[in-house]
Design a protein around this ligand. Structure first.
Ligand code: UD1
Length: 424
């Protein structure tokens, strides 16, 4: 198993290019099932999660090829299987998103229920209710969702989500593109990845409007074609490196980004005393390591609020801040697993239900710590950059799910970070 060894204390200086968004790429990959022509995704991130998705798609009959850069071609000319088995779905929840496209194109599908995960129960009831509103018949049996469409084609319908769900919004959009008639989805999530998916679907010939607002309208079409689509830059990766630069101190320019997708973060970082300068497709983060960091409270919210996927990383900065800050997590019920690991490095954090109170500034020291989930693990890297001595991060397969070439990107800016494998 790989470990990351990180010696803190070096300020970061330089430029880091951001990759395409994992959370968008996974849904765009599922969209390939809607057409028998090739879907070409450029700026596709190379991650463990996109490999899991490609693996499942291959099982369904999709041919995929990656070039040496970041272009991923997916061809679902012949779907040879409409069952997504437990072994291929359990590793990553987003694989569940093949259900909607399979139903839309093939009229039937059997997909394993994804189950919970470390950060919370994460049910899929909203996804299934939406498919029923589009005319699907759904049965749950032996851990699988068995769905079929009487007559073979979904029908446009009205779906009102009882609360905002990114996954349910995207999954319903995917399914409704090939339905007969018009679907109106209300109380939709507004994340940039949803607008990215709508852009790609429209490039394939779909008629989706309103993505990025709370009401999305989809006029169903009979057939979708292939397309070429560039994956939107990863705003979570961008926010993560911005927080890393703030914690370590120094000056780092992040390139190939959409700065406007991180407004809630920039505002919190500026309140903390970090200088943020934005250009059209870059952002620069600067902090003199001698300048104290101010404590700032945050509350996670659906977009455009503060993203839950950056809460752990922001806590990694707040442990260094002077005074008390409160992190309130409103999206997932168990998303403070990084707190005890940060405490092992000297942080003072008290978790009470959905709130974590952080008291700083901590004099962090390197320690052996354990990655517990994707975003939690990278908060340990952020703290490690500011800690005295060596931090050893175990279970880095969590990091590899969502961060492409992390050690390379950080060491190019002066971080003392390396990966070791016990077999070496
Ligand atoms: C996506 C992102 C994840 C991010 C999250 C919130 C991907 C691959 N993952 O996850 O990184 O943290 O959005 O921004 O894009 N819920 C239900 N029933 C449902 C669906 C969701 O109760 O049918 C609940 C969830 O348990 C959670 C809340 O709704 O408490 C929001 O989840 P949702 O927005 O659906 O997150 P995901 O799409 O799973």
């Amino acid at each position: 198993m790989d470990r990351i060894l990180l010696r803190g204390g070096n300020p970061l200086h330089g430029e880091i290019p951001m990759s395409g968004a994992k959370n968008s790429a996974l849904k765009l990959m599922a969209a390939c099932l809607l057409t028998d022509e090739p879907l070409v995704l450029s700026n596709a991130p190379r991650l463990a999660d996109t490999r899991f998705m490609a693996h499942l798609l291959a099982h369904l009959g999709v041919h995929s090829s990656e070039d040496a850069g970041s272009v991923l071609t997916l061809n679902a000319k012949d779907i040879t299987n409409t069952t997504a088995p437990y072994e291929l779905v359990r590793k990553m929840r987003a694989t569940f998103n093949v259900l909607g496209p399979l139903l839309a194109r093939m009229g039937a599908a059997k997909v394993s229920l994804p189950g919970g995960c470390a950060i919370g129960a994460r049910p899929v009831d909203l996804h299934l209710k939406a498919f029923e509103a589009l005319g699907a018949e759904i049965e749950l049996s032996e851990g699988y969702v068995e769905a079929k469409v009487p007559g073979g084609r979904l029908k446009g319908g009205r779906v009102v989500f009882p609360f905002v769900s990114v996954g349910a919004t995207e999954h319903t959009m995917l399914a409704a593109t090939l339905a007969s008639g018009t679907s109106v989805l209300e109380n939709c999530a507004c994340e940039p990845e949803i607008a990215d998916l709508a852009g790609c679907l429209n490039a394939m010939g779909a008629k989706v409007s309103g993505a990025g607002t709370s009401t999305i309208t989809i006029e169903g079409v009979e057939k979708l074609s292939g397309a070429h689509w560039p994956v939107v830059p990863d705003r979570i990766e961008t926010g993560t490196y911005a927080l890393a630069a703030a914690a370590a101190g120094g000056k780092v320019r992040l390139t190939q980004v959409r700065p406007q997708h991180n407004d809630a973060l920039w505002s919190a970082m500026e309140q903390a005393g970090v200088t943020i300068t934005q250009g059209e497709d870059w952002v620069e983060v600067e902090r003199d390591p001698a300048t104290p960091i101010k404590a700032v409270d945050i509350e996670t919210r659906p977009y455009p609020g503060f993203p839950t996927d950056l809460q752990a990383q922001f806590m990694g900065l707040m442990v260094l801040a002077e005074g008390a800050s409160v992190m309130t997590e409103t999206i997932f019920e168990n998303r403070f697993m990084h707190a005890p690991e940060l405490s092992r490095m000297g942080a003072d954090i008290h978790v009470r239900g959905r709130e974590a109170v952080v008291r700083g500034p901590a004099k962090l020291t390197g320690a052996p710590v354990m990655a517990t989930d994707l975003r939690a693990s990278v908060s340990l890297v952020i703290a490690g950059l500011a800690a005295k001595g060596e931090t050893e991060i175990n279970r880095v397969y969590h990091l590899d799910r969502g961060f492409e070439r992390l050690e390379e990107k950080l060491s190019r800016c002066g971080a003392d970070i390396r990966r070791v494998n016990d077999r070496e």
